[in-house]
Each structure stands twice: as C-alpha cells, then as structure tokens.
Design a binder for this molecule. Structure first.
Ligand code: ZN
Length: 198
C-alpha cells in the first residue's frame, strides 16, 4: 500500500499540512492559513517538497481564523474545499471577526464547498489515493474534524492533547477514544510539536 505521509510547514505559530495523493503532484491540504496571508503560506510551504500550485483539495480542522482564513483564496485558486456535516455554522462568526481587522479579506463562497459526510470520507480519500478517514472530533469546537490515516498519522487541528485534558472534558475524551480505535499513533497538533499516542 502506498504511504500517505503528511508534510508540515509553519508560520505565525501555526503548523499546516499537505498530503500527497496517488499522484504526487496533486495535494490535499489540511487547514488553510491566516486571513490575507496567501503569499506567506505558499512561501512557508517551500520547506516541504511540495508547492502551493499542486494543492487540489482542502480540509479545514475548524473555522477559526488561523485554520480557515485562506479558504476564499484557495477557492479562487481552483482548490476544492470540503465541508463536513458538523461544519459551516461557524463561518459567519469567524468572518465577522476577521473583516474589521483584515481590510482586504474576501468572504468564503459557501456554495462552492464540496459537502461531504465524514462517513463518506474514506471512499472520497481512497478515490484520490489517500488511505484514511476524517472524523468529527468535538472538544475544541463543535465544528472540529481530524484526519486519521491508515499509516497511523493523525492531524488534529486544535483538539487538546491528551495530557492537557480536564477529566470532565467528555467531548475531547470521546475524540481521543475514536482516534485510538482507528489506530492513530503519530499526532500532529497545529500549535505544538508532534507527539506519540500511547
Ligand atoms: Zn488554532
């Protein structure tokens, strides 16, 4: 089986990820960068073997400005952005926060999303040559999703690390149980170094 290994790069205190699909020159991005930072995002990506021009699909872990701020720029570049069943409600709130601060910000084209259920994510990903699935991972926010590959790599966005969980944070615990069930081992948070799930 071909490996689906994420490459990461970082700017403004946030890590972003791209996964090669079956065809190395077509990438899936996990999270779109800060608002109005396309140039910086593309430049930071040069730390990987891949280039912005090769991104064809994008998943966002959740709709906070450091994760979904470049969606419109991605859409304008012809990138197919996905929206899962627990996502979408937070877009207006995010954009209302972004707009006063980032004057050049342009709003997301909601009708341009490819809407997908997480239950369909395995077949969607398989069709583009990536082996794994997307799960809802409530905890940090209700619109959070994580990507778990069959090679045990896990992209979690801002899901709180196991070591930081409060005992009563049931939603986050449930997300970690699901990640564990799917065989997730190598965990890649957006704002901390990677760690291994015991
Ligand atoms: Zn964040």
């Amino acid at each position: 089986m071909m490996q689906s290994c994420p490459a990461s790069f970082r700017y403004q205190n946030t890590s972003y990820f791209v996964m090669p699909s079956g065809d190395e020159s077509s990438l899936l991005a996990f999270d779109a960068g800060w608002p109005c930072s396309l140039h910086e995002y593309a430049r930071a990506m040069k730390a990987t073997p891949y280039r912005f021009e090769h991104i064809r699909w994008a998943i966002v872990s959740h709709f906070h400005l450091d994760h979904a701020g470049l969606i419109r720029d991605f859409q304008d570049a012809g990138i197919q952005c996905l929206l899962f069943e627990n996502q979408g409600q937070g877009i207006d709130e995010m954009e209302d926060m972004i707009a006063p601060k980032y004057k050049a910000y342009r709003r997301i084209q909601k009708q341009a999303f490819l809407k997908l259920n997480t239950s369909e994510s395995r077949s969607f990903l398989a069709a583009i040559g990536i082996h794994g699935e997307v799960i809802t991972s409530h905890g940090h926010s209700d619109d959070s999703v994580s990507l778990v590959t069959d090679d045990h790599e896990v992209l979690i966005g801002d899901l709180y690390p196991v070591s930081h969980l409060m005992g009563d944070d049931v939603k986050s615990w449930e997300s970690w149980v699901r990640i564990h069930e799917l065989g997730g081992k190598h965990i890649h948070p957006s704002h901390a170094p990677p760690f291994e799930l015991e």
